[in-house]
Design a protein around this ligand. Structure first.
Ligand code: GSH
Length: 213
């Protein structure tokens, strides 16, 4: 069957291009896997919570599995097709390690600045907390930039699920001005987002919301 990815039927303008179904779309485009999109109007319904207990998107279904969490979904797409994930066991583990690091060791810092400066900007602690949140983010980005070194992709010459997830997470800083301080990381994100599969996935997500206010 053609896999089905769920995403929101509508999101506010600031969220367009950032909804995490982009990760599943991008992985599908990379491996040449056609997919369908199922639109969710309300993710907090009991029906949707059966698929995603936290009432979020994306979810993913194919002939064998029905799962949530963008990391698990990208991994499933890679493993189902044998692409984006090396066959060599050690390289495979390293690719998974970077996918998990993106979600567990980098994304919290990216989200912290979005929460502080955008979602919770009207709280009285937001302004005083800003510098600390930015310092923490910079520390993490510095370490990641050192780990990337001069390599094209995070583990060498092959683009893997680890790169897809790191670049997608770092893409969350788009428009914040934070990534520009880390030129090798910024170039890494630019390289990843220039891939035809990413361009297609992003264009398709943006097209979904193009006619909406
Ligand atoms: N860890 C989850 C996070 C999913 C997530 O935060 N989804 C957002 C859209 S990008 C969402 O559904 N937000 C609505 C909400 O949390 O109520 C994943 O990576 O799939």
């Amino acid at each position: 069957m053609i896999p089905v990815i769920t995403t929101f039927a509508w999101v506010p303008p600031f969220a367009r291009g950032f909804v995490r179904d982009i990760r599943a779309r991008w992985a599908c485009e990379e491996v040449g896997q056609p997919y369908d999109i199922a639109l969710i109007h309300d993710a907090k319904t009991p029906e949707h919570r059966c698929l995603q207990p936290f009432g979020q998107v994306p979810t993913y279904r194919d002939e064998e599995v029905e799962i949530f969490e963008s990391g698990a979904i990208v991994l499933r797409i890679a493993e189902r097709t044998g692409q984006l994930i090396p066959a060599d066991p050690a390289a495979r583990s390293r690719a998974i390690q970077w996918l998990v690091a993106a979600l567990n060791s980098v994304e919290p810092y990216v989200m912290a600045i979005a929460i502080n400066d955008m979602f919770e900007a009207d709280r009285d602690w937001s302004k005083t907390r800003h510098d600390k949140v930015v310092d923490d983010l910079h520390g993490r980005l510095h370490d990641l930039e050192v780990a990337l070194g001069e390599r094209q992709w995070i583990d060498g010459d092959a683009f893997t699920v680890g790169d897809l997830m790191l670049i997608s997470v770092l893409g969350g800083l788009r428009g914040s001005g934070q990534l520009e301080r880390f030129p090798r990381l910024a170039a890494y994100v630019e390289r990843g987002e220039a891939r035809p599969a990413h361009r297609k996935a992003m264009a398709d997500q943006l097209a979904l919301y193009a006619d909406q206010s």
